[in-house]
Design a protein around this ligand. Structure first.
Ligand code: 1HE
Length: 265
């Protein structure tokens, strides 16, 4: 297991603050943060290391005015890949995104500008998506002579449903603003997506790490199971999480009437 300090990151900038909140920045502004093979490899390394590095939550952002322009189309053109080569590249994308989604550490995506193609596949691997007025979502693969390869058929279809995803891919439909919220592409639409993402990361980081581990891995795993198996797995996970020593103080505070109550804002 590599520590965060020993990672050799050239396309991604990493900053971890005193609260253990990691800001992960796609750092290819000149290429609109398009995902080349090197960046995908760095995402694999980073999200392999994060779950055991004491990180409490992650804010994922892009440098510049766009979150991510998807697959590096110029690299893809120049490499002139064989089917097997591209299949193996897609498996690396899946490795990176699965480590994000199933890693047990909350990942909050701070979105702006283009969240397109593989950029939307990346965003849909985060646990929470925060958009601003500039953010727009699209799957332009159809127009480029391509198909999704980074998990959109699973995660984007989960967010918006099969029919909307097919429409986006066939017709190049672009979603933004209230409509993007309404179809489930983002959960927050705010003026400053980065500030809001950090606020949400701080809120998530205040939970016990074991609760967050369950929330940010078990729910995804359970979606892949039969209802019967998921119910069994839920009971097992709850057996571990709901009896954790870290929760005793929180439960005691509730029993003593000193804990905050759940109220609408
Ligand atoms: C890129 C990429 C890229 C920009 N690969 N280099 N994704 C797409 O189809 C989206 C393609 N990109 C765009 O539509 C636009 O670039 C943006 C809307 C994202 C931004 O527009 P803009 O006007 O701010 O920038 P630009 O002038 O188009 O691009 C600036 C530079 O970024 C330019 O490079 P330069 O060397 O000429 O300065 C662009 O070539 C470069 N650039 N986007 C490579 N995507 C696992 S399968 C996933 C399949 C997919 O993701 S398909 C969807 C691909």
């Amino acid at each position: 297991m590599k520590s965060l300090e020993s990672l050799d990151l050239t396309q991604i900038f990493l900053d971890v603050d005193d609260l253990g909140i990691a800001t992960v920045t796609l750092n290819r502004e000149a290429k609109r943060n398009a995902l080349d093979a090197q960046t995908v490899g760095e995402l694999v390394d980073l999200f392999t290391a994060i779950p055991q590095a004491g990180v409490r939550a992650v804010v994922l952002r892009g440098e510049g005015t766009h979150f991510c322009a998807g697959l590096d189309l110029v690299e893809h053109f120049k490499e002139d890949r064989s089917p097997a080569e591209f299949m193996h590249l897609c498996l690396r994308w899946h490795e990176a995104f699965n480590k994000m989604e199933y890693g047990g550490v909350p990942v909050i995506a701070a979105l702006k500008g283009a969240v397109v193609g593989g950029g939307l596949e990346l965003a849909s691997s985060a646990h929470v998506r925060v958009a601003d007025a500039t953010t727009y979502f699209a799957l332009p693969e159809g127009q480029r002579g391509l198909f999704t390869g980074g998990g959109a058929t699973i995660r984007v279809a989960d967010l918006v449903g099969k029919a909307r995803m097919i429409d986006m891919m066939l017709t190049g439909r672009v979603y933004k603003g209230d409509e993007a919220m309404a179809v489930g592409l983002c959960q927050y639409l705010v003026e400053d997506s980065e500030a809001k993402a950090m606020e949400l990361a701080r809120a998530a980081a205040a939970n016990t790490p074991l609760s967050n581990f369950a929330i940010c891995s078990a729910i995804s795993h359970m979606q892949n199971m039969s209802a019967l198996d998921a119910a069994y797995a839920e009971a097992v996970v709850a057996g571990i999480v709901n009896t954790q020593p870290d929760a005793r103080g929180r439960l005691e505070a509730f029993a003593n009437k000193t804990a905050a109550r759940v109220r609408p804002e």
